[in-house]
Write a protein that binds this ligand. Sequence first.
Ligand code: HPA
Length: 249
Amino acid sequence: MSSIAVIGGTGFEQMTDFAVESESATLTPWGRASHPALRGRIGGHTLWYLPRHGRPHHLPPHRINYRANLWLLREQGVQQVIAINAVGGLRAELQPGQLLAPSQIIDYTWGREHSYYDGEETGLEHVDFSFPYSAKLRSKLLLAAAACGEDCIDGGVYAATQGPRLESAAEVTRLHRDGGDVVGMTGMPEAGLARELGLNYASLCLVVNPGAGLAEQPITLDAMREVLETSASRVSAVITRLLAAAERG
Ligand code: HPA
């Protein structure tokens, strides 16, 4: 059984070339996941796949049951999770279509169920989160991207905002000043929960727009969608390479 899963974000409700073979239930001790976990094949390799916003896309970032999603994947035997995240670029060189594997996170979200240590029955552990993403999985991801001829930036800070609205220009200035490189709405609490469950977790970010106020034109969903549509097959190719490499050991 494959132990690798992809959590697909906005624009990745379907994964290019992924053929579903079976699906899990959705109910977990933490409530219902966004969707059943789908087990299937891509390029001859086995993969688990979970659309983060449901299918069709209906769950806003602050209503996603991140705890149930990760729990469900772990229940299927998943040990490694690649999160696909559509993001805004906070630096001029991070233009739409750019791939980036972040190395750090700043969490600006609030009011989300963000821990499994949530009451007397669950116990309490303060997990180390100094380095939120798995170094090993990140390097596999970067090697797979390079093998696909993709210029995927190695490292950067993911600023996780609450949404669902986009930021003001002043907020983008602040995020950049804080050290952020990309901004998205779903990076947290997902990464923290993955760490609490002991999963190896990495993110592949796709820049779909310049951050608010950084471009002449306003940010439109149509423009974001266009980037997502033209980039979906690139992301699938990177994941397929990663699975091939993981199979070879
Ligand atoms: N901000 C927050 N989340 C996003 C953005 C953005 O500009 N683009 C895609 N997800």
